[in-house]
Design a protein around this ligand. Structure first.
Ligand code: PMP
Length: 428
């Protein structure tokens, strides 16, 4: 493979875009090398500017659950575009997709659309604070909820402690209101709640973490969180930006049979257009402006093109036709194939999988939280990533990302992926 045109395009991009990219992980900083510029995509494949073809396991970081350029989604957007691209007024399609989403997802009466997962999580937290009248929030180390200030927080010193900013530009004041807990460690969460009694508005969590590789919750962890929230008048927010409409029609709430008070969406809900949303029971959602005092707004929120893409996507997922079963089977097949290869070459690893999310950590220890995820052999991951890329398999350029399986993948694609894994692992 040669990447001449991608390299030239990156050099041009670097002159006018910071780091040459509009979102940092695209820059290959974690794995080294020059990012690949994609020209087009169809089904399970990406084609780059040098006409190299890849089997795609990033899938735009989640949205493309049915494959790239999926015809019903593309057609819906084209048709809508002909009628005008944005009006800044209410449109009928917003209610249509809202009704569909509310019918698919448990425990939500109302939903508000925004333009990204970041906005969804930021707004859900503001609503939780406005609703409860409390300031502090608990998030989990290694969970990502977008780049709004309250979430760009790392652990401060001490066991039960305030967070500190992990990006310049986030103020100490903001960081003080975010408390950091260990994923899958209910005792730790309980101790933080105990030390901050009556101050915590919400606990926000990725019910299946996808931003430290794929890390499913331990059994009863989410149930215990639910009880802890109930006992302390704390809202439980599920950030289902990755898991929503992916792990099941009703997302992680349905899969684990646990109700959240607020749920955040992104990715799949927009069919690949910029959409996020947050949702909950009417009694909470009615605190939003213009009904209630908690302010939240957006010029392009509910944009007709974005809603058309999202509606086409959700409509197909709602019909189901075996999609979720197929996705889980394909993911299990890939898991077994890669596991056999890694065992054959005696490469220490842990594969985590749930539904259509899967990741390989190059570490033998069980991966249950950020600390254990960070124990993976990063040099080995880099070599694996570049090896797979050379073989025409595009996985996320970071060991801390989940792979997303799309229904467009065939078993032939999966076999090719496993064969690529075999070739690469023989050299690791
Ligand atoms: N929450 C989760 C769980 C995410 O994975 C992401 C993005 N990867 C976000 C929030 C932020 O979404 P966006 O990038 O659309 O702002």
């Amino acid at each position: 493979m040669q990447y001449k045109r991608s390299s030239a395009l990156f050099a041009e991009a670097e002159k006018v875009i910071p780091g040459g990219v509009n979102s940092p992980v695209r820059a290959f900083n974690a794995v080294g090398g020059t990012p690949i510029f994609i020209k087009k995509a169809k089904g399970a494949y990406l084609i780059d500017e040098d006409n190299n073809k890849y089997i795609d396991y990033i899938n735009s970081w989640g949205p493309m659950i049915l494959g790239h350029a999926h015809k019903p989604v593309v057609d819906a957007v084209i048709e809508k575009t002909k009628l005008g691209t944005s009006f800044g007024t209410p449109t009928e399609i917003e209610t249509k997709i809202a009704k569909l989403a509310v019918s698919m997802v448990p425990n939500i009466d109302k939903i508000r659309f925004v333009n990204s997962g970041t906005e969804a999580c930021m707004s859900a937290v503001r609503l939780a604070r406005g609703y409860t009248g409390k300031d502090k929030i608990i998030k989990f180390a290694g969970c990502y909820h977008g780049h709004s200030d309250s979430f760009l927080i790392q652990a401060g010193s001490g066991a039960v402690t305030f967070g500190s900013p992990n990006s310049p530009g986030v103020t100490k004041g903001t960081a003080q209101d975010t408390l950091l807990a260990r994923f899958n460690d209910i005792k730790h969460v309980e101790s933080i709640v105990e030390a901050n009694k009556n101050d915590i508005a919400c606990i926000i969590i990725e019910p299946v973490a996808g931003n430290m590789g794929c890390i499913p919750p331990k059994e009863i962890f989410l149930q215990k969180l639910r009880s802890l929230c109930d006992a302390n008048n704390i809202l439980l927010i599920f950030d289902e930006v990755m898991t929503g409409f992916r792990l099941a029609k009703g997302g992680a709430q349905e899969l684990f049979d646990i109700s959240a008070d607020l749920v955040c969406f992104g990715k799949v809900i927009g069919g690949g257009l910029p959409v996020g949303a947050f949702a909950g029971r009417a009694e909470i959602m009615n605190h939003l402006a213009p009904l209630g005092p908690v302010y939240q707004a957006g010029t392009l929120s509910g944009n007709p093109l974005a809603m058309a893409a999202g509606l086409a996507m959700l409509t197909e997922l709602n019909e189901d036709k075996g999609i979720y079963k197929r996705l889980a089977e394909k993911t299990a097949y890939l898991h077994k194939g890669c596991e056999d290869v890694l065992n054959k070459y005696k490469i220490p690893h842990t594969i985590n999988r749930i539904g259509s999310m899967i990741s390989i950590h190059f570490s033998e220890a069980e991966v249950v939280d950020f600390e254990t995820a960070a124990k993976g052999n990063n040099d080995r991951f880099k070599a694996f990533f570049h090896g797979m890329l050379k073989e025409g398999v595009y996985i996320a350029p970071s060991a801390f990302e989940t792979w997303f399986i799309t229904d467009a993948l065939t078993y032939e694609d999966l076999d090719k992926t496993i064969a690529a894994c075999n070739k690469v692992c023989s050299t690791l």
